[in-house]
Ligand binder design. Structure first.
Ligand SMILES: *[C@@H]1O[C@H](CO)[C@@H](O)[C@H](O)[C@H]1NC(C)=O
Ligand SMILES: *[C@@H]1O[C@H](CO)[C@@H](O)[C@H](O)[C@H]1NC(C)=O
Length: 356
């Protein structure tokens, strides 16, 4: 027994070595949520470069851009990981305004979404990549939509990001006039033209802001994003064209925001609610309204999800209530609605929603 003991100990040591190799990476692994795959990042970079180059006037040189050939359009950018159940109501919204809008859809490839056979959505899918909550993939998807819309049509003047749970709560004409007639931001030095504003929520005094700031670790956002410059706002916005371009050109802030959150911070990880407001507030604070035009109901929210309306709640009074805002403009879109709200919404489309 005595004599065998050193042998047993060394044997144990030898056999446990492989075990250490197996276990150590699990124990020492940086505890982060999934990162963005490098090939996806490279594809995006190429796309964003093309969108940036295409927006520089080939003849102008000095940055003078030719006037767009047709009236300004609104780019409706649908971000979805399921279906577009409300396509029929959007079609009703779009009907008769074919010269004034474009539709772009980024659908998570895993959703295997069936093309809505309706005319505005048909063929409007852009090359997409997987998205998931609590990761910067939702920022990438929005930037991909912006780049695709910038490249597709120089007449796109406003870029509205909506989800599959969003519905219009005004007529197209009302929405178009509200955006195009907005007096905009003052003209920059050396120019006579006032500039369109972006309708994006920008909040700097949210109580949860610091926890969200350190979701990727302590001191990792500096020097590009000091805490005093970190902002939060609704994921859904309407950007003016120059801001869409600014977003696809950005690499400085993206370098920080693309970092994955720490696993233990999953509940404070909403990169898409921070990247856009922070970037725009840094680059052009006066060019933004600081409020969103998409109504959402956060009372009694569960797990970061807002209240989802069900068919029993749909009424003309609800639409009127949802439009009411504290800003210059009434809300134009609202979320979230469960897919089975389609029929009750269609029923009040002509009498309430598109009557304004
Ligand atoms: C917001 O949602 C709550 C339930 O979470 C509901 O009671 C309330 O009526 C909703 N508000 C509006 C304006 O729809
Ligand atoms: C408008 O402001 C009041 C007072 O701050 C607030 O109670 C209300 O919820 C706001 N309404 C909307 C639609 O944001």
């Amino acid at each position: 027994m005595y004599t065998s003991s050193p042998f047993v100990i060394s044997a144990l040591l030898v056999f446990s070595l492989p075990l250490i190799y197996v276990l150590a990476p699990r124990i020492l692994q940086p505890r982060t949520l999934p990162t963005i795959p490098e090939p996806d990042e490279a594809d995006d970079l190429a796309l964003f470069r093309r969108a940036t180059l295409a927006s520089v006037d080939p003849a102008g040189g000095a940055g003078l851009r030719r006037r767009p050939p047709s009236p300004p359009k609104i780019a409706f950018m649908f971000l979805t990981n399921s279906d577009i159940s409300f396509a029929p109501i959007w079609e009703k919204f779009f009907r008769g305004h074919e010269q004034l809008f474009n539709v772009y859809v980024h659908a998570d490839p895993a959703a295997e979404l069936v093309l809505p056979p309706t005319r505005s959505f048909k063929g409007r899918f852009i090359p997409s990549k997987a998205t998931q909550r609590a990761s910067p993939t939702l920022i990438s998807a929005a930037r991909r939509l912006l780049a695709a819309a910038l490249l597709d049509d120089p007449s796109n003047a406003f870029f509205a990001l909506v989800s599959q749970h969003c519905v219009p709560i005004h007529s197209f004409r009302f929405v178009y006039d509200a955006l195009l007639a907005d007096p905009g931001a003052p003209a920059p030095a050396g120019s006579l033209h006032r500039r369109h504003r972006s309708f994006i929520e920008i909040v700097s005094d949210d109580p949860g802001l610091y926890t969200r700031y350190i979701a990727r670790g302590d001191n990792v956002m500096v020097p590009e994003v000091p805490f005093e410059r970190f902002r939060v706002g609704s994921q859904f916005f309407i950007l003016a064209r120059r801001h869409a371009l600014l977003v696809v050109r950005d690499r400085r802030l993206w370098k920080k925001f693309r970092m994955p959150c720490l696993k233990k911070m999953e509940d404070s990880c909403y990169p898409e609610e921070h990247y856009f407001p922070t970037l725009l507030d840094m680059q052009d604070p006066n060019g933004c309204t600081r409020y969103t035009l998409t109504r959402v109901n956060w009372t009694e929210s569960i797990g970061g999800h807002p209240h989802t309306y069900t068919p029993a709640e749909i009424s003309g009074d609800l639409i009127v209530e949802l439009r009411r805002s504290n800003s210059t403009y009434s809300y134009l879109f609202a979320r979230k609605f469960s897919p089975d709200c389609l029929d009750p919404l269609l029923e009040i489309a002509d009498t309430v929603i598109f009557r304004d």
